[in-house]
Design a binder for this molecule. Structure first.
Ligand code: NAI
Ligand code: UGA
Length: 436
């Protein structure tokens, strides 16, 4: 099939590349010329494991191309995907200006039937709004479909190629047939396509992200309680996770959820509820708890150093909001850095992929080490904010010889408690006994 993808961020790029992989002819459009030129030259603008192989293969096979010219991209396309930003507006509700703006531009260019697919995360009623834009600007027939994306950064290719499910929101038989054909190769292993109306599909996406954010937040609160009552969150996690109704995944406590989606989507769903005069109490609590959880390592440091952090030097392992990505949007590490700098402390950070992005944001406000061990030089303590595999089994003897003190504050529970006792570290993690 001939496909156009509007927007080449995470979702657009993964969608376009993975759709080309099953033999479709895909043209991706972006308004940033520099980015498009980079992709035309065969360079990926994001770090995403496994994407480069598919990206290069499909460019070489002439199935994947890039342009800044919207008219060229959509001319022959049967299906047009919109993978555009939906950032929080001033009041926290999703800003639909990118989506509605692009819909207007497309509506003025099309001359034959198109399926317009919304891949972005959007509030209930957006498909109707997009359809209204087309109705206003053209007499050409279109079907507007909601097809939310559930991929996770870091495992995005696998998530797209082998999705747990595909959700397609449309009441049009014609669009349903085309979308079903397009997704058939991806759901071959028996994972279902759920067809539903546009509104249910739009809400499914917000419900999924908000539920997962709630699950994490619940565990963060259990972890905090564990510390107070002397229980071990790892034991509790295993104890509840073995119940199929609860499930083992997304039960890991930490320093709050971050990233480009959970924070904005929980907020947008809560705002959408308010707009419909519904008080979504759980979501308000989730946001509140997460705000506090993002600085829990800082609070632990404050307590340990009795409020005197001025002049202290901290090594920070991990800047990305999670491993296997260079994405630092809403990364908890940034909140910790901010608190430490305000308290007059010095930070030396190391991250395998995200330092470039942090340099753009923070410049020389912090120092950047070229290895995880270099970050430890003369540090009063090590802080861990992202669970990169590289950090899971470090050379503790080497660390001991570089760190000023054998003190670790771990926001991701990377190390075994008994091991830390044997090694003689002060070790403060989340929801577990403090080793001192
Ligand atoms: N990042 C993720 O892991 C996931 C994101 N989503 C949702 O997908 C949507 C897109 O997210 P990301 O890909 O992360 O966004 P992004 O911000 O990384 O990328 C958006 C891209 O659209 C381009 N763009 C903006 N206006 C344009 C226009 N008029 N024409 C062509 N290109 C234009 C931008 O230059 C940018 O390259 C959001 O609604 C997000 O909530 C859904 C699932 C996963
Ligand atoms: O809509 C989106 O953009 C995407 O948002 C999340 O994906 P992503 O943001 O890439 O990352 P996750 O792996 O979900 O992690 C989100 C945050 O939760 C935290 N987390 C996750 C799991 C856990 O057990 N504990 C925990 O603190 C992570 O550290 C991270 O900060 C969802 O998992 C995807 O299904 C969805 O498509």
């Amino acid at each position: 099939m001939k496909i156009a993808v509007i927007g080449t961020g995470y979702v657009g790029l993964v969608t376009g590349t993975c759709l080309a992989e099953t033999g479709n002819n895909v043209i991706c459009v972006d308004i940033i010329e520099e980015k498009v030129n980079k992709m035309k030259a065969g360079q990926l603008p994001i770090y995403e494991p496994g994407l480069d192989v598919l990206f290069h293969r499909n460019i070489a096979q002439n199935r994947l191309s890039f342009t800044t010219n919207l008219a060229d991209a959509i001319k022959d396309a049967e299906i047009i995907f919109m993978a555009l930003p939906t950032p929080p507006g001033g009041d926290g509700a999703a800003d639909l200006s990118y989506i509605l703006g692009a819909a207007k531009d497309i509506s003025k260019l099309i001359t034959d039937y198109k399926v317009i697919v919304n891949k972005s995360t959007v509030p209930v009623g957006t498909a109707d709004k997009v359809a209204a834009v087309f109705a206003e600007n053209t007499s050409v027939e279109v079907d507007v479909v909601s097809n939310p994306e559930f991929l996770r950064e870091g495992v995005a290719v696998d998530d797209f190629m082998k999705p747990d499910r595909v959700v397609i929101g449309t009441r049009s038989e014609r669009a349903r047939k085309l979308m079903g054909e397009l997704y058939a190769p991806y759901v071959r292993q028996g994972n279902p396509i759920y067809y539903m109306d546009e509104r249910s599909s739009e809400l499914t996406k917000y419900a999924a992200n908000s539920f997962l954010a709630t699950k994490i937040t619940f565990m963060n609160e259990i972890a905090n309680l564990c510390e107070i009552v002397g229980a071990d969150v790892d034991a509790v996690r295993k104890g509840i996770g073995s119940d199929d109704r609860i499930g083992k995944r997304f039960l890991f406590p930490g320093i709050g959820y971050g990233g480009s989606c959970f924070p904005k989507d929980v907020q947008a769903l809560e705002k959408a509820a308010v707009e419909h005069n519904y008080d979504f109490k759980i979501l308000k609590a989730v946001m509140d708890v997460n705000e506090k959880q993002k600085t829990i390592l800082f609070d632990k440091l404050q307590a340990y150093y009795k409020g005197d952090l001025k002049g202290k030097k901290f090594a920070l392992w991990g800047l990305a909001f999670k491993p296997e990505t260079d994405d630092i949007r809403e990364a908890p590490a940034l909140y910790i850095i901010n608190e430490l700098l305000n308290a007059g402390a010095e930070v030396v950070a190391f991250d395998p992929e995200a330092m470039g992005n942090v340099k753009v944001l923070l410049g020389d406000k912090i120092k950047y080490a070229s290895t995880q061990y270099e970050a430890l030089e003369g540090a009063d303590a090590l802080l861990i904010a992202t669970e990169w595999s590289l950090f899971r089994n470090p050379d503790f003897e080497k660390m001991e010889s570089i760190l000023k003190n054998k003190v670790i504050f771990d926001g991701r529970n990377l190390f075994d408690l008994q091991k830390m006792i044997d090694l003689g570290y002060y070790y403060n993690s989340i929801g577990r006994k403090i080793i001192s």
